[in-house]
Design a protein around this ligand. Structure first.
Ligand code: 26Y
Length: 811
């Protein structure tokens, strides 16, 4: 672990404020101070970064490159200090200078370069790679605008742009001289080479420049510092000269700006395919920059491609970077004159693909005409890959004429040809994995059974994990301290050791301390709720939290239905609950997702009525905290008693929030979906509330759906649904919630709200009863903490490293 010399840190800080930002300490703004502190910390990071790079180069290690359209890092100052081991020292020094350290930590904006689970997973992976000393690097896009900020006006979500500090973030280092030149547009000219072989020429392309910006990824213990490389798009000077010479200055400037828009915004949709051309250009831009960089690093130390797959592994974070298959082929064949068959071997041995979703609307397909316009050479390569693949399939399955249509990469949909990115990724990779045991099974049996039949050995599971450095050490320092006091600090790099806490599950004093910590975290959360929503909540009540992107399959609406049920029990049935409850929500809806936005409005409708109802509000409160993001999650999760993980079975690939809540001592109420199943397996069924239909029941439920049968057999459900349809929760905007009612009662209830209602409300009553026995509840909470060590991303990364990437720790 590092130490800092206080006087040196102090003088560095002062001189950065003065010579970097041109101000005295008295004149300096908060931004100046924050940036200066980060720059002073950077001094401790850079030396290690350079040392790490040298170590990797000296040993000519195999490297893994994680290509992802999203990296949701969250604020970095606190985490970097923790991982360097200088958090407390730095805090003292900064406070001694007369600054407010805690305030500075809170001041850092979230770099929100991701939507949700997939982007946050990528960030956890980078932390684990560096913490375990593994050569693993991230490649992404340096978006000017991250995921929008959410505010709530009149109960509705409003979006504001998130112009994060990408132009001046102290963590971003522009690496001049390492740019990537990316050709786009143009056309293919068929021609032959000197010996008469087909030699297509990609002509009339334009060049975009990818400018790399690095964010250092500090591993825990500070020994290894890897990097996340983010590219910004620029119009090349050649392009400038060309277009400006044409004489039409304004049009030329417009063209230039259009190009530079490529890295402007993160697409704010987390699973609904937008199919926009700019998104494809973004995906291609990322892939081309990354492949350029990866190949250059390799060629620095090697002069042929013979060793490529022994020195390079590339992981595709979903299909978003699936064009890597075509780009790597193009670079090998067109730029380095490798033969097709050799290039194909190299490509497939290098690439691995992770699938994160089964939902049809999130599976990327692109119209072929866009490919032809944007990347004509890649289209040609993809068609050739498909042609060879199809002839192999026809030969292998001569008796199944439907196979080629089901498996091809290019598919003809009524005259319009489309590219199926998942098929491209599977054909071009040696490994295909899902992100939780059940999900990986469904990938094999439901999503792409033909591919599983063809290549069973390619398919595998890598259950997700989260980094305990951010999600326990940083987010829950009180719990971390208790754990360290009890079992030492070995758990930070070996989370399985939390099991040692089980030995204390009968010690009253220990359990009291655990309850006290939870209470403090709830008090902290209550004050955030007060500041952001002006709602007062009681830390003695159950804090029941549902925080994640808004999506119909995640069933925030089912949660709302249970709240209405409890409300009517209090208001109309005079049933006094066993314990007061606070239902807390957080999450953003994609700006174009009507139903998800309506659910947000609905939750606010409930809050408006229930929180003001004097008969109910001492027992029941509803809160929606706006702008859910990593830094807010860090405060919400430790304050949860109950974690809502209630997706329709078979729809949540894994979930990772479920893991964060459980390891912070919240008890899960959840369906047998995604990683919930594995969480239940670890913590034991008496320490989790499982409800609802299972995956194999869902399909028949949907087939036999009969809304009236549900409504007639359950007066409680009928009363709730009538309330959804009525204007009780929207007296000033009659009828607005009718689409919610219609989707459930008349629209087939695809997400099975009605079918799971009864078992959900039952599970909630059991839970509320159990909560009253404080001692027993503390035991459950402790066992959740002690038994969720499996869900460290260190474990996940070890599995990827050993089974797919074949990379090794270098410390
Ligand atoms: C195609 C585009 C619109 C798109 C953009 C983002 C499609 C999907 C996504 C993001 C998907 C995502 O976040 N998936 C989540 O990945 C987590 C990490 O594996 C899982 O835990 C979670 O269940 C899954 O929904």
């Amino acid at each position: 672990m590092a130490t800092i010399d206080p006087s040196r840190f102090r003088s560095t800080l002062l001189s950065i404020v003065r010579y970097g930002f041109g101000r005295t300490m008295e004149q300096a703004t908060k931004v100046d101070i924050f940036n200066s502190v980060c720059f002073a910390v950077r001094e401790h990071i850079i030396d290690r970064k350079i040392e790490t790079e040298k170590r990797y180069a000296d040993n000519d290690v195999k490297r893994m490159h994680y290509i992802s359209m999203e990296f949701l890092t969250g604020p970095l100052l606190a985490n970097n200090l923790i991982n360097l081991g200088i958090y407390d020292e730095c805090r003292t020094i900064v406070n001694d200078i007369g600054l407010d350290f805690d305030d500075l930590i809170e001041f850092e904006p979230d770099p929100a370069l991701g939507n949700g689970g997939l982007g946050r997973l990528a960030a956890c992976f980078l932390d684990s790679l560096a913490s375990m000393g593994m050569p693993g690097f991230g490649y992404g896009i340096n978006y000017d605008y991250g995921l929008f900020h959410q505010s709530i006006i009149g109960g509705y979500q409003h979006e504001r742009p998130d112009f994060w500090y990408n132009k001046s973030s102290p963590w971003l280092m522009r690496m001049s001289g390492e740019k990537a030149m990316v050709p786009v547009f143009g056309r293919i000219e068929d021609s032959e080479d000197m010996v008469g072989e087909y030699n297509p020429m990609w002509v009339e392309w334009k060049l975009i420049v990818g400018r790399p910006h690095d964010i250092a990824v500090v591993g825990y213990g500070g020994k290894t510092v890897n990097r996340l490389r983010l590219f910004s798009a620029w119009a090349s000077e050649d392009f400038d000269i060309q277009i400006f010479n044409e004489g039409d200055y304004y049009r030329a400037l417009e063209d230039k700006i259009r190009f530079e828009n490529i890295s402007k915004i993160l697409y704010p949709s987390d699973s609904r395919d937008s199919g926009k051309e700019l998104r494809l250009v973004q995906e291609y831009f990322l892939v081309a920059c990354a492949v350029h960089d990866i190949v250059s690093i390799y060629l620095n130390q090697h002069d042929s491609f013979d060793m490529f797959h022994e020195k390079v592994a590339i992981q595709l974070n979903d299909t978003h970077p699936a064009l890597t298959v075509a780009e790597l082929m193009r670079v090998l064949i067109d730029l380095h004159f490798v033969e097709w068959d050799d290039a194909w071997q190299i490509t497939t041995r290098t690439l691995g693909y992770t699938n994160h979703t089964l939902m049809p609307e999130a599976l990327e397909t692109w119209p072929m005409h866009i490919f032809k316009k944007v990347i004509p050479r890649h289209l040609q390569i993809i068609q050739e890959i498909d042609r060879r693949f199809m002839s192999m399939i026809k030969e292998k399955y001569p008796d199944d004429p439907e196979k080629p249509r089901r498996m091809s990469i290019v598919i003809d949909n009524n005259g319009e040809k489309n590219i199926r990115m998942a098929h491209l990724a599977i054909v071009g990779s040696h490994s295909v994995n899902g992100v939780a045991a059940i999900h990986s099974e469904l990938v094999k049996t439901r999503l792409v059974p033909d591919f599983y039949d063809l290549w069973p050995e390619k398919f595998n599971n890598k259950t997700n994990g989260v980094t305990p450095r951010r999600w326990i050490l940083r987010a829950n320092p009180l719990l971390a301290q208790l754990v360290c006091d009890t079992i030492g600090d070995g758990w930070i790099l070996d989370l399985g050791r939390l099991r040692e806490l089980e030995a204390h599950c009968k010690e009253t004093a220990f359990l009291e301390r655990l309850l006290m910590i939870k209470r403090k975290n709830k008090v902290r959360l209550a004050s955030i709720i007060k500041e952001t929503t002006y709602i007062e909540v009681d830390p003695e009540s159950i804090f029941d939290i549902h925080a994640k992107r808004l999506h119909e399959y995640k069933r925030q609406l089912l949660n709302a239905m249970n709240i209405i049920h409890i409300y009517f029990q209090i208001r109309d049935d005079n049933i006094i609950p066993s314990v007061p409850r606070t239902f807390i929500f957080g999450g953003k809806a994609a700006p174009g997702y009507f139903m998800a936005k309506l659910v947000i409005r609905f939750i606010h409708g409930l809050a408006e009525i229930i929180n003001k109802d004097s008969k109910a509000n001492e027992w029941l409160k509803v809160v929606f905290i706006p702008d859910y993001r990593v830094s807010l999650a860090e405060k919400m999760i430790p304050g949860a008693d109950v974690s809502e993980q209630i997706s329709t079975a078979g729809m949540e690939a894994s979930g990772t929030g479920n893991m964060k809540f459980a390891m912070n001592g919240a008890i899960t109420i959840g369906t047998l979906d995604g990683a919930n199943i594995e969480i239940a397996g670890e913590v034991g069924e008496e320490n989790i509330y499982i409800f609802g239909h299972k995956v194999d029941e869902i399909e028949s439920l949907r087939r036999e759906h009969d809304a009236d049968r549900f409504l007639n057999s359950s007066p409680a459900l009928k009363r709730v649904m009538d309330a959804v349809r009525s204007d009780i929760f929207c007296p000033d905007e009659p009828g607005i919630f009718k689409p919610l009612y219609d989707s459930i009662v008349h629209g087939g209830d695809y997400y099975c709200h009605m079918a799971d209602f009864q078992s959900y409300t039952d599970a909630h009553s059991r839970l509320a009863n159990d909560y009253m026995d404080r001692h027993n509840w503390a035991v459950k909470s402790l066992l959740n903490i002690a038994r969720t060590g499996k869900f460290s991303s260190d474990r996940t990364i070890k599995e990827y490293a050993e089974e797919i990437w074949k990379i090794k720790s270098q410390i």
